[in-house]
Write a protein that binds this ligand. Structure first.
Ligand code: FES
Ligand SMILES: [Fe+2]
Length: 372
Protein backbone atom coordinates (compact mmCIF):
# COMPACT_ATOMS: atom_id res chain seq x y z
CA UNK A 1 0.00 0.00 0.00
CA UNK A 2 1.01 3.67 -0.19
CA UNK A 3 4.07 5.15 1.52
CA UNK A 4 3.63 5.87 5.23
CA UNK A 5 2.88 9.44 6.27
CA UNK A 6 5.50 11.07 8.48
CA UNK A 7 5.27 14.14 10.70
CA UNK A 8 8.03 16.66 11.30
CA UNK A 9 8.34 16.90 15.07
CA UNK A 10 10.15 19.49 17.16
CA UNK A 11 8.19 22.12 15.27
CA UNK A 12 5.64 24.80 15.96
CA UNK A 13 2.21 24.27 14.45
CA UNK A 14 -0.98 26.31 14.44
CA UNK A 15 -3.53 24.53 16.63
CA UNK A 16 -6.25 27.19 16.46
CA UNK A 17 -7.03 30.85 15.97
CA UNK A 18 -6.80 32.84 19.17
CA UNK A 19 -10.52 33.62 18.87
CA UNK A 20 -11.34 29.90 19.00
CA UNK A 21 -9.67 29.37 22.37
CA UNK A 22 -12.02 30.39 25.15
CA UNK A 23 -13.10 29.09 28.53
CA UNK A 24 -14.83 26.27 26.62
CA UNK A 25 -12.18 23.56 26.20
CA UNK A 26 -11.26 22.95 22.55
CA UNK A 27 -9.90 19.59 21.39
CA UNK A 28 -7.47 19.48 18.45
CA UNK A 29 -5.20 16.66 17.26
CA UNK A 30 -1.81 17.82 16.01
CA UNK A 31 0.66 15.33 14.51
CA UNK A 32 -1.36 12.54 16.04
CA UNK A 33 -1.30 14.08 19.54
CA UNK A 34 -4.65 14.94 21.14
CA UNK A 35 -4.47 18.39 22.74
CA UNK A 36 -6.95 20.21 24.99
CA UNK A 37 -6.77 23.99 24.60
CA UNK A 38 -8.39 26.50 26.90
CA UNK A 39 -8.07 30.09 28.03
CA UNK A 40 -7.52 30.60 31.73
CA UNK A 41 -9.19 33.34 33.76
CA UNK A 42 -5.93 35.29 33.50
CA UNK A 43 -6.26 35.21 29.69
CA UNK A 44 -3.39 32.92 28.78
CA UNK A 45 -3.81 29.88 26.58
CA UNK A 46 -3.03 26.45 28.04
CA UNK A 47 -2.44 23.36 25.89
CA UNK A 48 -2.53 20.03 27.74
CA UNK A 49 -2.46 16.41 26.68
CA UNK A 50 -6.13 15.61 26.18
CA UNK A 51 -6.19 12.54 28.40
CA UNK A 52 -6.84 12.64 32.11
CA UNK A 53 -4.17 10.82 34.09
CA UNK A 54 -6.86 9.02 36.13
CA UNK A 55 -9.01 7.02 33.69
CA UNK A 56 -8.08 8.75 30.42
CA UNK A 57 -11.23 10.85 29.96
CA UNK A 58 -10.61 13.65 27.43
CA UNK A 59 -10.27 17.06 29.07
CA UNK A 60 -11.82 18.57 25.93
CA UNK A 61 -15.01 16.52 26.25
CA UNK A 62 -18.10 17.69 28.12
CA UNK A 63 -18.68 17.83 30.98
CA UNK A 64 -14.95 18.64 31.48
CA UNK A 65 -14.82 22.40 32.04
CA UNK A 66 -12.65 25.36 32.96
CA UNK A 67 -12.76 26.88 36.44
CA UNK A 68 -10.56 29.94 36.84
CA UNK A 69 -7.06 28.98 35.78
CA UNK A 70 -7.78 25.24 35.89
CA UNK A 71 -9.60 22.55 33.93
CA UNK A 72 -11.73 20.01 35.76
CA UNK A 73 -12.01 16.52 34.28
CA UNK A 74 -15.62 15.73 33.48
CA UNK A 75 -15.45 12.14 34.72
CA UNK A 76 -14.32 12.25 38.40
CA UNK A 77 -13.07 15.79 38.85
CA UNK A 78 -9.28 15.64 38.73
CA UNK A 79 -8.32 19.30 38.38
CA UNK A 80 -5.28 20.53 36.43
CA UNK A 81 -3.61 23.90 36.22
CA UNK A 82 -2.29 25.39 32.96
CA UNK A 83 1.02 23.54 33.30
CA UNK A 84 -0.73 20.19 33.55
CA UNK A 85 -0.08 19.74 37.26
CA UNK A 86 -2.99 18.15 39.09
CA UNK A 87 -4.01 20.46 41.91
CA UNK A 88 -7.04 18.60 43.27
CA UNK A 89 -8.49 15.09 43.27
CA UNK A 90 -11.82 13.95 44.73
CA UNK A 91 -12.15 12.23 48.08
CA UNK A 92 -8.69 13.00 49.51
CA UNK A 93 -6.62 16.03 50.28
CA UNK A 94 -3.31 14.55 49.17
CA UNK A 95 -2.70 14.83 45.40
CA UNK A 96 -0.44 12.02 44.15
CA UNK A 97 2.97 13.38 43.16
CA UNK A 98 2.75 11.80 39.68
CA UNK A 99 -0.65 13.29 38.92
CA UNK A 100 0.05 15.49 35.93
CA UNK A 101 -0.58 15.59 32.22
CA UNK A 102 1.90 16.80 29.63
CA UNK A 103 1.65 20.43 28.61
CA UNK A 104 2.69 21.95 25.31
CA UNK A 105 4.61 25.19 24.85
CA UNK A 106 2.15 27.77 23.49
CA UNK A 107 2.60 31.13 21.78
CA UNK A 108 -0.18 33.40 20.59
CA UNK A 109 1.05 35.36 17.61
CA UNK A 110 -0.36 36.85 14.41
CA UNK A 111 -3.91 35.77 15.39
CA UNK A 112 -2.82 32.12 15.69
CA UNK A 113 -2.27 29.83 18.69
CA UNK A 114 1.00 28.01 18.02
CA UNK A 115 1.89 24.81 19.89
CA UNK A 116 5.25 23.08 19.89
CA UNK A 117 5.08 19.37 19.12
CA UNK A 118 8.18 17.48 20.18
CA UNK A 119 10.72 17.90 22.94
CA UNK A 120 9.60 21.02 24.88
CA UNK A 121 13.24 21.77 25.72
CA UNK A 122 13.76 22.55 22.02
CA UNK A 123 10.86 25.03 21.78
CA UNK A 124 12.31 28.33 20.58
CA UNK A 125 9.59 30.91 19.99
CA UNK A 126 11.87 32.98 17.76
CA UNK A 127 11.67 30.17 15.18
CA UNK A 128 7.93 30.61 14.65
CA UNK A 129 7.38 31.92 11.12
CA UNK A 130 5.55 35.23 10.96
CA UNK A 131 2.35 36.39 9.26
CA UNK A 132 2.25 39.92 10.73
CA UNK A 133 -0.59 41.21 8.52
CA UNK A 134 -3.18 39.03 10.24
CA UNK A 135 -3.09 40.97 13.50
CA UNK A 136 -2.07 44.36 12.13
CA UNK A 137 -4.54 47.24 12.19
CA UNK A 138 -3.17 48.44 8.87
CA UNK A 139 -4.67 45.39 7.18
CA UNK A 140 -8.15 43.91 7.00
CA UNK A 141 -8.28 40.13 7.25
CA UNK A 142 -10.83 37.42 6.62
CA UNK A 143 -10.02 33.89 7.71
CA UNK A 144 -11.27 30.42 8.45
CA UNK A 145 -10.29 26.77 8.77
CA UNK A 146 -11.43 23.81 6.74
CA UNK A 147 -10.58 20.25 7.79
CA UNK A 148 -9.15 18.00 5.11
CA UNK A 149 -9.53 14.22 4.99
CA UNK A 150 -6.15 14.01 3.30
CA UNK A 151 -2.50 13.74 4.31
CA UNK A 152 -0.78 17.06 4.86
CA UNK A 153 1.77 16.60 2.06
CA UNK A 154 -1.02 16.82 -0.50
CA UNK A 155 -1.85 20.31 0.73
CA UNK A 156 1.81 21.33 0.48
CA UNK A 157 1.92 20.11 -3.14
CA UNK A 158 -1.31 21.96 -3.85
CA UNK A 159 -0.21 25.33 -2.47
CA UNK A 160 3.27 25.28 -3.96
CA UNK A 161 1.93 24.85 -7.48
CA UNK A 162 -0.63 27.54 -8.26
CA UNK A 163 -0.96 26.52 -11.92
CA UNK A 164 -3.92 24.49 -10.64
CA UNK A 165 -5.81 27.78 -10.16
CA UNK A 166 -6.48 27.86 -13.90
CA UNK A 167 -8.21 24.49 -13.87
CA UNK A 168 -9.56 23.88 -10.37
CA UNK A 169 -10.44 27.50 -9.52
CA UNK A 170 -11.54 28.90 -12.89
CA UNK A 171 -14.21 31.55 -12.35
CA UNK A 172 -12.74 32.51 -8.95
CA UNK A 173 -8.98 33.09 -8.98
CA UNK A 174 -7.86 31.15 -12.03
CA UNK A 175 -7.23 32.62 -15.47
CA UNK A 176 -5.30 31.08 -18.41
CA UNK A 177 -2.20 33.19 -17.67
CA UNK A 178 -1.52 31.49 -14.34
CA UNK A 179 -0.87 28.11 -15.93
CA UNK A 180 0.85 29.68 -18.98
CA UNK A 181 3.42 31.77 -17.09
CA UNK A 182 6.62 30.01 -16.00
CA UNK A 183 7.70 30.13 -12.35
CA UNK A 184 11.04 30.75 -10.71
CA UNK A 185 11.93 28.67 -7.66
CA UNK A 186 14.52 29.58 -5.03
CA UNK A 187 15.53 27.58 -1.99
CA UNK A 188 17.06 29.25 1.05
CA UNK A 189 18.48 26.27 2.92
CA UNK A 190 19.78 28.31 5.82
CA UNK A 191 16.56 30.21 6.56
CA UNK A 192 14.53 27.16 5.51
CA UNK A 193 12.31 28.95 3.03
CA UNK A 194 11.11 27.86 -0.41
CA UNK A 195 10.26 30.77 -2.69
CA UNK A 196 8.18 30.42 -5.84
CA UNK A 197 7.38 33.42 -8.03
CA UNK A 198 5.15 33.91 -11.01
CA UNK A 199 4.88 37.41 -12.46
CA UNK A 200 2.21 37.94 -15.09
CA UNK A 201 2.70 41.22 -16.96
CA UNK A 202 -0.63 41.27 -18.76
CA UNK A 203 -3.36 38.95 -17.52
CA UNK A 204 -7.12 38.70 -17.26
CA UNK A 205 -8.47 39.92 -13.93
CA UNK A 206 -10.21 37.04 -12.11
CA UNK A 207 -13.49 37.77 -10.30
CA UNK A 208 -11.69 37.43 -6.93
CA UNK A 209 -9.75 40.63 -7.67
CA UNK A 210 -12.22 42.36 -10.03
CA UNK A 211 -14.99 42.32 -7.42
CA UNK A 212 -12.77 43.29 -4.49
CA UNK A 213 -10.71 46.05 -6.14
CA UNK A 214 -13.10 47.32 -8.80
CA UNK A 215 -10.55 46.81 -11.60
CA UNK A 216 -12.17 45.98 -14.89
CA UNK A 217 -9.47 45.64 -17.58
CA UNK A 218 -6.28 43.62 -17.92
CA UNK A 219 -3.94 43.51 -14.96
CA UNK A 220 -0.37 42.90 -13.94
CA UNK A 221 -0.44 40.10 -11.38
CA UNK A 222 2.48 38.99 -9.25
CA UNK A 223 2.42 35.90 -7.07
CA UNK A 224 5.36 35.52 -4.69
CA UNK A 225 5.16 32.51 -2.43
CA UNK A 226 7.26 32.05 0.69
CA UNK A 227 6.82 28.64 2.27
CA UNK A 228 8.28 27.96 5.70
CA UNK A 229 8.23 24.16 5.96
CA UNK A 230 6.41 22.43 7.37
CA UNK A 231 3.78 24.71 8.82
CA UNK A 232 3.33 28.14 7.23
CA UNK A 233 2.71 29.31 3.68
CA UNK A 234 2.44 32.93 2.61
CA UNK A 235 1.52 34.27 -0.81
CA UNK A 236 2.36 37.90 -1.44
CA UNK A 237 -0.07 38.86 -4.17
CA UNK A 238 0.22 42.15 -6.04
CA UNK A 239 -2.38 43.23 -8.59
CA UNK A 240 -2.71 46.48 -10.56
CA UNK A 241 -4.02 47.70 -13.90
CA UNK A 242 -1.46 47.07 -16.65
CA UNK A 243 1.07 49.93 -16.68
CA UNK A 244 1.05 50.66 -12.95
CA UNK A 245 3.58 47.99 -11.98
CA UNK A 246 6.79 47.32 -13.89
CA UNK A 247 6.25 44.26 -16.14
CA UNK A 248 8.29 41.79 -14.07
CA UNK A 249 10.26 43.20 -11.11
CA UNK A 250 10.55 46.46 -9.21
CA UNK A 251 8.70 48.57 -6.66
CA UNK A 252 5.12 47.50 -6.05
CA UNK A 253 3.74 50.86 -4.88
CA UNK A 254 0.48 51.59 -6.61
CA UNK A 255 -0.61 47.96 -6.57
CA UNK A 256 -3.35 46.40 -4.49
CA UNK A 257 -1.62 44.19 -1.91
CA UNK A 258 -3.11 40.94 -0.73
CA UNK A 259 -1.38 38.58 1.68
CA UNK A 260 -2.77 35.07 1.50
CA UNK A 261 -1.71 32.87 4.41
CA UNK A 262 -2.17 29.16 4.98
CA UNK A 263 -1.15 27.32 8.13
CA UNK A 264 -0.78 23.65 7.32
CA UNK A 265 -1.29 21.52 10.40
CA UNK A 266 -1.06 17.74 10.17
CA UNK A 267 -3.75 16.24 12.38
CA UNK A 268 -3.70 12.48 11.86
CA UNK A 269 -1.87 10.62 9.10
CA UNK A 270 -4.78 11.20 6.77
CA UNK A 271 -6.32 14.42 8.02
CA UNK A 272 -5.12 17.99 8.07
CA UNK A 273 -6.27 21.38 9.35
CA UNK A 274 -6.25 23.92 6.52
CA UNK A 275 -6.16 27.36 8.21
CA UNK A 276 -6.58 30.12 5.60
CA UNK A 277 -6.49 33.90 5.78
CA UNK A 278 -6.67 36.75 3.27
CA UNK A 279 -5.36 40.16 4.36
CA UNK A 280 -5.72 43.28 2.20
CA UNK A 281 -4.60 46.90 2.29
CA UNK A 282 -7.54 48.38 0.34
CA UNK A 283 -11.30 48.79 0.86
CA UNK A 284 -10.48 48.17 4.47
CA UNK A 285 -13.76 49.22 6.01
CA UNK A 286 -15.90 47.80 3.23
CA UNK A 287 -17.80 44.92 4.77
CA UNK A 288 -19.20 43.85 1.44
CA UNK A 289 -15.65 43.35 0.16
CA UNK A 290 -14.82 41.43 3.33
CA UNK A 291 -17.83 39.19 2.89
CA UNK A 292 -17.03 38.65 -0.77
CA UNK A 293 -13.38 37.76 -0.13
CA UNK A 294 -14.32 35.47 2.76
CA UNK A 295 -16.91 33.58 0.74
CA UNK A 296 -14.78 33.42 -2.41
CA UNK A 297 -11.69 32.20 -0.64
CA UNK A 298 -13.67 29.67 1.35
CA UNK A 299 -15.19 28.37 -1.89
CA UNK A 300 -11.71 28.10 -3.40
CA UNK A 301 -10.42 26.27 -0.32
CA UNK A 302 -13.39 23.89 -0.47
CA UNK A 303 -12.61 23.19 -4.14
CA UNK A 304 -9.13 22.17 -2.98
CA UNK A 305 -10.59 20.13 -0.10
CA UNK A 306 -12.81 18.17 -2.51
CA UNK A 307 -9.87 17.51 -4.85
CA UNK A 308 -7.43 16.56 -2.09
CA UNK A 309 -9.90 14.33 -0.25
CA UNK A 310 -10.40 12.49 -3.53
CA UNK A 311 -6.65 12.35 -4.12
CA UNK A 312 -6.16 10.84 -0.66
CA UNK A 313 -8.36 7.89 -1.57
CA UNK A 314 -6.30 7.36 -4.73
CA UNK A 315 -2.95 7.67 -2.97
CA UNK A 316 -4.03 5.46 -0.06
CA UNK A 317 -5.00 2.66 -2.45
CA UNK A 318 -1.89 2.65 -4.62
CA UNK A 319 1.06 0.32 -4.14
CA UNK A 320 4.10 1.83 -2.36
CA UNK A 321 6.58 3.21 -4.87
CA UNK A 322 3.98 4.18 -7.47
CA UNK A 323 5.64 6.84 -9.63
CA UNK A 324 4.39 10.31 -10.48
CA UNK A 325 5.50 12.40 -13.42
CA UNK A 326 6.81 15.88 -12.62
CA UNK A 327 7.29 18.86 -14.95
CA UNK A 328 8.48 22.46 -14.67
CA UNK A 329 5.43 23.64 -12.69
CA UNK A 330 6.41 21.20 -9.91
CA UNK A 331 9.83 22.63 -9.01
CA UNK A 332 8.47 24.51 -5.98
CA UNK A 333 6.61 21.50 -4.59
CA UNK A 334 9.61 19.24 -5.21
CA UNK A 335 11.91 21.68 -3.40
CA UNK A 336 9.45 21.75 -0.49
CA UNK A 337 9.31 17.95 -0.38
CA UNK A 338 13.12 17.77 -0.29
CA UNK A 339 13.32 20.25 2.57
CA UNK A 340 10.59 18.41 4.51
CA UNK A 341 12.37 15.08 3.96
CA UNK A 342 15.61 16.57 5.33
CA UNK A 343 13.76 18.00 8.35
CA UNK A 344 12.04 14.67 9.00
CA UNK A 345 15.37 12.85 8.79
CA UNK A 346 17.07 15.28 11.16
CA UNK A 347 14.19 15.07 13.66
CA UNK A 348 14.28 11.27 13.51
CA UNK A 349 18.07 11.31 13.98
CA UNK A 350 17.76 13.74 16.89
CA UNK A 351 15.02 11.64 18.48
CA UNK A 352 17.04 8.45 17.99
CA UNK A 353 20.13 10.16 19.41
CA UNK A 354 18.11 11.34 22.42
CA UNK A 355 16.68 7.84 22.88
CA UNK A 356 20.17 6.35 22.56
CA UNK A 357 21.49 8.84 25.10
CA UNK A 358 18.62 7.98 27.44
CA UNK A 359 19.24 4.25 26.97
CA UNK A 360 22.96 4.87 27.54
CA UNK A 361 22.23 6.84 30.71
CA UNK A 362 19.85 4.14 31.90
CA UNK A 363 22.44 1.43 31.20
CA UNK A 364 25.05 3.48 33.01
CA UNK A 365 22.74 4.00 35.97
CA UNK A 366 21.91 0.28 36.05
CA UNK A 367 25.58 -0.57 35.85
CA UNK A 368 26.59 1.78 38.64
CA UNK A 369 23.67 0.54 40.74
CA UNK A 370 24.90 -3.01 40.21
CA UNK A 371 28.47 -2.00 41.10
CA UNK A 372 27.33 -0.46 44.33
S1 FES B 1 -10.93 10.13 34.27
FE1 FES B 1 -10.52 12.17 34.82
S2 FES B 1 -11.03 12.22 36.89
FE2 FES B 1 -11.35 10.16 36.36
FE1 LIG C 1 -6.17 25.74 -4.72
Amino acid sequence: MSSPVTFVRNQWYVAAYGREVTTEVLGRTVCGEAIALFRTASGTVAALADRCVHRRFPLSAAPSHVVGDTVVCGYHGFTYDGTGTCVAVPGQSRVPRTARVASYPVVEQDSFVWVFVGDPALADATRIPRAPWLADEGWTTVSGMEPLAARWGLLVDNLLDLSHETYLHGGYIGTPEVAETPITTEVDEEARIVRVSRHMADAACPPFYANSTGMTGRITRWQDIEYFPPCLYTLHSRVAPVGVLPPAEGPDDGAFHVEVVYAITPSTETSTYDFWAVARDFAQDDEEVSRFLHDSNRTVVLQDVTALDLLETVVAAEPAGTQELSINIDTGALAARRMIAAMTASTTTATTAAADAATGAATQAATSAAVR
